[in-house]
Design a protein around this ligand. Structure first.
Ligand code: ADP
Ligand code: ASP
Ligand code: MG
Length: 815
């Protein structure tokens, strides 16, 4: 025989009740199953609210009417008119009783736990009467059973303890006297030895099913709900959560204890003792196999089974010398709390025994505090204990799985994921079973933390990077196009998803919690965007509090730089092609690096030097592996390379500059390239990365232009001056040609000094052969002494720069 328990949503609507009947039909066999039902979804919560309102002297009639309507609508829709009356009458009687009880609570302004249980019991009684009557149309042997008469408990209203022996015999006897009936049993409710209604704790219908299963030695306990079984995390918080096919009883217990509300923790106990499998199935996806909880659950390859969380806890910390070496101190504390019905969710004790931290439900916190103050009054007065305080606004997260015991590095992985995302861990507990590691964190960080941990542990799933981009010029645009084109590649080859969550340019900004579609980001920015406001953009980015975030600066402006440090300190990685930040004060450059190190995030700026060419990365790898840099020589201005490579034959200098500008190789103002400033910035960044704390003034620049050209007030004047100095340039060209040399503007770093000079090099020099607008850089080091390490290739242009930014973003995802 099977027990089929249907939860609130499975009896919450016409559709679900129809689906429920279908499931019953499907399972009809030689033996009748036992059907256990919850209250219709939302009804128990509404009853709690009504009861509490009545106790405070507030009206509750609206909720009352809504509950009635909810039931009556189903009855009218699913039963033919002549069959409606008996059930409507029965429910009406229940509602009248309920109103009378609420009225008394209202009059007395007093709500005891006993009365509250009585009020809540109407949820299950109404739904089960209703469904059993509807079921009678299809199953004439359907019988309503008030389960409260068969499950006997103690007097602990709200969460009563079951008298198993008595209960099992009552259930067995009842079932034996009704062998041909299809029983529809109310979940959740029970009664004590005086016949007063008690309840088994919120979510307790699952437990009712297990109690019946145990009493009748059922083959299987089926828990029908609204999700595909037990998932790796709460699906409302983690979109990528997936269904687990098998769990051990312990794993299911730990997951549900720490918040996976899909099954009520005590449910596992009777099932475990009688070795009855529990299967969690989806009423709305009947064919999906769901989750089996059973003995000998096959060990899966997953390092952990799931991540559970409790979104609201309070923490108390007890400390003081009075605890050190005092055997039985914690025993006294926790037995006192348990005696007073306070459920302690998690405990950690420091190894010095100097303090104990424990977590409880917020509603228990003040009571726990008062109890401690009373119990330890003498110790507190003698200052052997500090007066404890309640800390609110906290949450708990637990990773659970039997494989954890066998796999080293699990806690490392957990704390790495939390640390990298700026989640501060307040307390840690590891169960002695090693099936569970739990941490206490602040409540606003919970969703980010659970998602980050989920990403870290389920490497088979795509990791998601959340990207916020500044700048929609050439580079920004190209980056979006590249990201869009590579979506599938990234997913299949790197298990990575890059989601653009925000875009901001000088005019507008737009953030979207679901991500911005890359095939029409321009329209979304235009139509859904708001006026640009960079501080607000950053504030909103932080407020989303997403895991694995990257802030991408694709601008060339001063404005964003001032926010880098703050962004890094918010545990958000920064990727930038904007050179201004790293080439301003050394102090600022060092602060960026320090912030990234301290907060465990990345600061990537490969494109600051030579666009997408691997220059910064190469230098870093050399330095990190212990090589020593003797000399770096480089040509890092694509514009100047182009000009010198084309300044041949009859062409005049100013004509080549114009040609370079027309082809888009120069900045809008060509003076910005030719005055060497851009080159200087790149050399400065290289020198700093090579370990020299230089400032702009430390760099010697030999101008490649005569002073008059540098002094030109406008671009037109500049061209005029270049033309006026034709003779100067022609001379240079001739001198070089006569010696079989070429002109090169070369930066050099040696012994901590940087200079940029105009040189003529012959064909023995590695920079002689340089075509188009290419960049070249050579590293002479301990290891590359005789022949330098050379990196060469196109060092400018939107396509290669965006590709470099892209690579930097992906590199954030690798950690
Ligand atoms: P029922 O009314 O059927 O008893 P519940 O609302 O008590 O259903 O439990 C099912 C809900 O539990 C799901 O809708 C889901 O939102 C939530 N839930 C939380 N954590 C998990 C998890 N790890 N796996 C599945 N569901 C979970
Ligand atoms: N209706 C009860 C509750 O909401 C019991 C249950 O659904 O399992 O807590
Ligand atoms: Mg439930």
């Amino acid at each position: 025989m099977n027990i089929l328990k249907f939860g609130g949503t499975s009896v919450g609507s016409l559709e679900s009740i129809t689906a429920l009947l279908g499931i019953l039909k499907e399972q009809q066999g030689a033996e009748n199953p036992i059907v256990v039902l919850s209250a219709m979804s939302g009804v128990t919560n509404a009853l709690v609210e009504m009861a509490e309102n009545a106790g405070k002297g507030k009206i509750y009639s609206e909720e009352m009417a809504a509950i009635e309507k909810k039931h009556f609508e189903v009855i009218r829709a699913l039963l033919p008119a002549i069959a409606q009356n008996p059930v409507l009458t029965k429910l009406k009687i229940y509602f009248n009783e309920l109103e009378d009880i609420l009225q008394s609570v209202y009059n007395l302004r007093e709500l005891s736990l006993q009365t509250k249980d009585l009020i809540l019991s109407y949820g299950e009684r109404c739904s089960t009467v209703m469904v059993s009557h509807i079921a009678k149309q299809t199953f004439p042997n359907a019988l309503y059973v008030d389960g409260s008469e068969l499950i006997k408990t103690d007097h602990n209203f709200g969460q009563a303890k079951v008298n198993t022996y008595l209960t099992e015999s009552l259930i067995k006897d009842f079932q034996e006297s009704n062998p041909d009936k299809l029983l529809f049993v109310t979940g959740f409710i029970a009664s004590n030895d005086e016949g007063r209604i008690t309840t088994l704790g919120r979510g307790g219908s699952d437990y009712t099913a297990a109690i019946w299963g145990s009493a009748l030695n059922a083959q299987e306990i089926q828990v029908w709900t609204d999700v595909d079984g037990m998932l790796t995390a709460d699906p409302r918080m983690v979109k990528k959560a997936f269904s687990l096919s098998e769990l051990s009883y312990t794993e299911a217990m730990e997951l549900s204890y720490f918040g996976a509300k899909v099954i009520y923790p005590p449910t596992m106990i009777p099932a475990f003792l009688k070795r009855i499998p529990i299967v969690i199935k989806n009423t709305f996806n009947v064919d999906f196999p769901g989750t089996y909880i059973k003995h000998g659950a096959g060990s899966s390859k997953l390092p952990i089974k799931g991540i559970s969380s409790i979104d609201e806890i309070s923490v108390l910390n007890l400390s003081g010398s009075g605890m050190v070496g005092k055997a039985g101190f914690s025993g006294r504390l926790f037995s006192m709390l348990s005696r007073e019905q306070i459920n302690v969710i998690l405990i950690t004790q420091s190894s010095s025994e100097h303090s104990i931290t424990f977590a409880v439900k917020p509603s228990d916190a003040l009571k726990a505090l008062a109890l401690i103050n009373k119990e330890f009054e003498l110790e507190l007065q003698a200052r052997k204990l500090e007066y404890p305080e309640v800390e609110n606004g906290l949450a708990a997260l637990a990773i659970v799985g039997e494989n954890m015991k066998r796999t080293p590095g699990m806690s490392g992985k957990l704390f790495h994921a939390l640390g990298r995302n700026g989640v501060n861990v307040r307390a840690i507990a590891q169960g002695s079973s090693e099936y569970n590691i739990s941490v206490i964190i602040s409540k606003p960080d919970l969703s980010k933390a659970v998602n980050a941990v989920h990403d870290a542990f389920y490497a088979n799933l795509k990791r998601t990077l959340h990207v916020f981009c500044l700048g929609t010029g050439n580079i920004g645009k190209t980056l979006f196009a590249q990201l869009e084109a590579q979506t599938t590649f990234l997913a299949t080859n790197n298990d990575l998803q890059v989601k653009v969550m925000g875009v901001c340019n000088t005019r507008k900004m737009h953030l979207n919690e679901d991500g911005i579609a890359l095939n029409n980001w321009e329209e979304s920015l235009e139509n859904d965007g708001e006026p640009a406001d960079l501080p607000l953009f950053i504030k909103k980015m932080k407020a989303l509090n997403l895991p694995n975030c990257v802030f991408v600066d694709n601008t060339a402006s001063y404005n964003p730089i001032q926010f880098y440090k703050d962004v890094l300190q918010s545990s958000i990685s920064v990727v930038t092609c904007n050179k201004i930040g790293n080439s301003a004060d050394y102090e600022q450059y060092a602060a960026f690096k320090q912030a990234a190190r301290t907060y465990g995030v990345d600061f990537h700026y490969e494109t600051n030097v030579g666009a997408g060419l691997p220059i910064i990365r190469t230098l870093k790898d050399l330095m990190m592996s212990g090589d020593r840099i003797h000399r770096i020589e480089a040509i890092l201005s694509g514009t100047i390379s182009y000009i010198f490579n084309n300044y041949k034959g009859d062409k005049l200098f100013h004509e080549v500059v114009k040609e370079a500008q027309d082809k888009g190789y120069t900045e809008p103002d060509p003076r910005d390239d030719l005055n060497g400033k851009d080159f200087m910035r790149k050399m400065l960044i290289l020198a700093r990365d090579a370990g020299y704390p230089l400032e702009e003034d430390d760099i010697k620049i030999e101008s490649m232009l005569p002073p008059a050209c540098l002094a030109a007030a406008t671009v037109a004047d500049f061209y005029q001056e270049l033309e006026n100095n034709t003779e100067y340039f022609e001379k240079l060209k001739k001198r070089a040609a006569d010696d079989n040399k070429v002109l090169r503007y070369i930066g050099k770093l040696e012994a901590g000094k940087v200079e940029i000079t105009l040189q003529m090099v012959d064909d023995g020099h590695p920079f002689y052969m340089l075509s188009g607008s290419d960049n070249i850089i050579s590293f002479t080091t301990d290891r590359y002494k005789d022949r330098p390490l050379v990196v060469k290739g196109p060092g400018a242009g939107a396509e290669v720069t965006a590709a470099g930014v892209f690579a930097d973003i992906i590199n954030v995802g690798k950690r």
